[in-house]
Design a protein around this ligand. Structure first.
Ligand SMILES: Cc1cc2nc3c(=O)[nH]c(=O)nc-3n(C[C@H](O)[C@H](O)[C@H](O)COP(=O)(O)O)c2cc1C
Length: 330
C-alpha cells in the first residue's frame, strides 16, 4: 500500500505510544514485519525551543525506517516548524496527533482538543502541509465526547487540506480507553474518504487485525497495546493473511532471543542506565501470563546489570519450558 509517495510492503503499523514506541521497540516490531512504525508523540513546541527530551525522541538508528514522527501542539506555526525539524532529523512521514486525551496536552488546545475546534484543526493540518512535502497523516479519535462525535466531518476537512491518510481510534477523548472501540465509525470514515484510512482500537490478536479490515474496509491497521510483550503479532497477522493459519505462541527459545535482542538494542541506543530503565517495562510485558512470571518480575527488578537480567531470564524461561505443553503453546 502507499501513503503519499511512501510505498509500504504491508498494511501493518506500530502505533505511536508515549513512553513505549521508542526506537529499540520499533526495530523489534520491524523485524517481525511492521512496515511502518510511528514514534511516540513529540511536543512541537519542545522541538522548536529545543527543550525537554524532544530531540531524543527523534533519534533513530540505521534500519529504523520508514519512520513516522508524531507531533502534538496547538499552534499551526509551531507544528509547521517542528515538522520541518522532524524531516531534517529522521522523519519519512509526519503525523499530527489529534487524539491524545491527556489533561496537560488538551488544556493547551493540543491533541484531542483539536477535535473540538475544527477551524484550528484545519489550520494546523494546512500549515504542516505547506511546510513539508513528505507524506502527512493525522490521528483522530471519534470526537471529544459522546455528544460531539464528529470524526467523519473532521476527517473530510482534513483530507481537503492535502493530508495523505488518517488514522481513526474510534473512542471519544472523554471515554479514554473505556468501553469498546466503535469500529462502525472507522467504516463510516472509510466510506467517505478517498485517501487511505488506518484503523486502530482493540487490536489484541492477528484475528482482530483481519476482522478490523473486514468490518471497516480500512487500508491498514495500527497495533498498539496488542504489541506489548507480543511483537510476534505482526508475523502472526502476515502468516494468517498469507495462509489462513495462525502461527501460535513463540517457543521459549525464540522468546528469549527476542527479549535479549530488544534489551541489547535499548542498551546500545540509550546507554546502560537509561536503556535499562526504558527496557524494564517491556521485560514485564514479555513475561506476563507465563507460569511463575510474577515471582520472576519481582526478582528481576532488583537486578542492576544487563548480564544479570539476561541470566535470570534464561533460568526463568527454562523453568517455564519444563512446565509448558510440548507443542510450545501456552
Ligand atoms: C500507553 C499508551 C500510550 C499511547 N500514546 C499515544 C501517543 O503518543 N499518540 C497517539 O496518537 N496515540 C497514543 N496511544 C493510542 C494508541 O496509539 C492507540 O490508538 C490506542 O491504544 C488504541 O488501540 P488499542 O486499543 O489496540 O490499544 C497510546 C496508547 C497507549 C496504551
Amino acid at each position: 500500500m502507499n501513503i503519499g509517495r511512501l510505498s509500504l510492503s504491508n498494511g501493518l503499523f506500530l502505533a505511536p505510544m508515549a513512553g513505549i514506541s521508542d526506537s529499540a521497540f520499533r526495530m523489534v516490531a520491524r523485524s517481525f514485519g511492521a512496515s511502518l512504525c510511528y514514534s511516540e508523540m513529540i511536543s512541537a513546541e519542545g522541538l522548536v525551543r529545543g527543550t525537554g527530551r524532544s530531540f531524543e525522541y527523534l533519534a533513530s538508528p540505521p534500519g529504523d525506517k520508514p519512520l513516522g514522527v508524531q507531533l502534538f501542539g496547538a499552534k499551526p506555526e509551531a507544528l509547521a516548524e517542528a515538522a520541518v525539524i522532524a524531516v531534517e532529523h529522521s522523519a519519512d512521514l509526519v503525523d499530527i496527533n489529534m487524539g491524545c486525551p491527556v489533561k496537560k496536552v488538551v488544556r493547551n488546545g493540543a491533541g484531542a482538543a483539536l477535535m473540538k475546534d475544527p477551524a484550528r484543526a484545519v489550520a494546523v493540518a494546512s500549515a504542516v502541509r505547506r511546510a513539508v512535502t513528505c507524506p502527512l497523516t493525522v490521528k483522530l479519535r471519534s470526537g471529544w465526547s459522546e455528544t460531539s462525535v464528529n470524526v467523519v466531518e473532521i476527517a473530510r476537512m482534513i483530507q481537503d487540506c492535502g493530508v495523505d491518510a488518517v488514522t481513526v481510534h474510534p473512542r471519544t477523548a472523554v471515554r479514554g480507553f473505556r468501553g469498546d472501540a466503535d469500529w462502525r465509525l472507522t467504516a463510516q470514515v472509510k466510506n467517505v474518504l478517498s485517501i487511505p484510512v488506518i484503523g486502530s482500537g482493540d487490536i489484541w490478536t492477528a484475528d482482530d487485525i483481519r476482522r478490523l479490515k473486514e468490518v471497516t474496509g480500512c487500508d491498514a491497521v495500527m497495533v498498539a497495546r496488542g504489541s506489548l510483550g507480543n511483537p510476534w503479532i505482526f508475523r502472526d497477522a502476515l502468516r494468517e493473511e498469507e495462509s489462513g493459519l495462525s502461527a501460535g505462541a513463540p517457543s521459549p527459545a525464540e522468546r528469549e532471543e527476542t527479549i535479549r535482542r530488544h534489551m541489547e538494542l535499548a542498551l546500545a541506543i540509550y546507554g546502560k542506565s537509561r536503556g535499562m530503565f526504558i527496557f524494564r517495562k517491556h521485560m514485564l510485558w514479555y513475561t506476563k501470563g507465563l507460569p511463575g512470571g510474577a515471582r520472576f518480575r519481582k526478582a528481576v527488578l532488583q537486578e542492576r546489570s544487563g548480564e544479570a537480567v539476561l541470566e535470570s531470564l534464561h533460568r526463568f524461561l527454562q523453568s517455564t519450558e519444563a512446565t509448558m505443553p510440548t507443542d510450545g503453546q501456552a
